[in-house]
Design a binder for this molecule. Structure first.
Ligand code: SAM
Length: 222
């Protein structure tokens, strides 16, 4: 269902904007995005924008999901940690590309709903947890990649420490809006998408430009 829509989405919104990795493009063609939203939203679920999923949270824009997945450089045999399960859509894209996917969500209701959908779709290598993802998942560390899908003021230190020392990648939207500013705690503010890449020569930082995510709320965030 919606296969044609997914092919058009990938061609126009994703390849058309420069995402090139064949495995990532194939994952974006395979994952049924409509399964992660209410039926009443199916009319425009393959359009070029994020959508509400309840509790003030969003399923990310398809292009941003693809861009972030490509930035992680997923390789066979690797393990990934996601902070912000949300609808579970990005989780499913990661599950197409990683051997093990760990994902943490602070809202129990979202995690439960995402878990049901992921299970129904057969993503058996996904492990979900409810809690503050800024503390990471120490028992399952180290991870080859960590992706944060909400915007915080800085890279959460525990996540840096749970990254594989050999080419681990941590990707997060970082916004410098201070909590004491006029922006409220739960307000949607813009960020820079930042990749920290551990290499034998040290940590390399790369920016993927401006993005807009809901806030990362937790001990090592807002
Ligand atoms: N990747 C998701 C998708 O495709 O549906 C979109 C995630 S949404 C933009 C960000 C999610 O991060 C929200 O569901 C929010 O509740 C969650 N979140 C915010 N702070 C968090 C934290 N400290 N730990 C875990 N989840 C958090």
């Amino acid at each position: 269902m919606f296969e044609t829509e997914r092919h058009v989405m990938v061609a126009r919104q994703i390849e058309g904007r420069g995402v090139k990795t064949p495995r990532v493009l194939e994952a974006m063609r395979r994952v049924p995005r409509h399964e992660f939203v209410e039926k009443s939203s199916w009319d425009d679920v393959y359009e070029d924008h994020p959508m509400g999923i309840g509790l003030g949270q969003t399923i990310s824009q398809p292009y941003i999901v693809a861009l972030m997945t490509e930035a992680l450089d997923p390789q066979p045999g690797q393990r990934v940690l996601e902070i912000g399960t949300g609808s579970g859509y990005q989780t499913a894209v990661l599950a197409e590309l990683y051997d093990e996917v760990y994902s943490i969500e602070r809202h129990g209701a979202l995690s439960e709903q995402a878990g049901l959908i992921l299970k129904r779709l057969g993503y058996d290598q996904v492990h979900l947890r409810v809690g503050d993802g800024t503390k990471g998942w120490p028992e399952a560390a180290p991870f080859d990649a960590i992706i944060v899908t909400a915007g915080g003021p800085k890279m959460p230190a525990p996540l840096m420490n749970q990254l594989n020392v050999d080419h681990g990648r941590l990707l997060a939207p970082i916004g410098m809006v201070h909590p004491d500013s006029s922006a409220k705690k739960d307000e949607d503010v813009g960020q820079e998408l930042v990749l920290m890449h551990r290499t034998p020569e040290g940590i390399k930082r790369h920016s993927y430009g401006d993005v807009r995510f809901v806030p990362l709320i937790g001990e090592h965030a807002w």
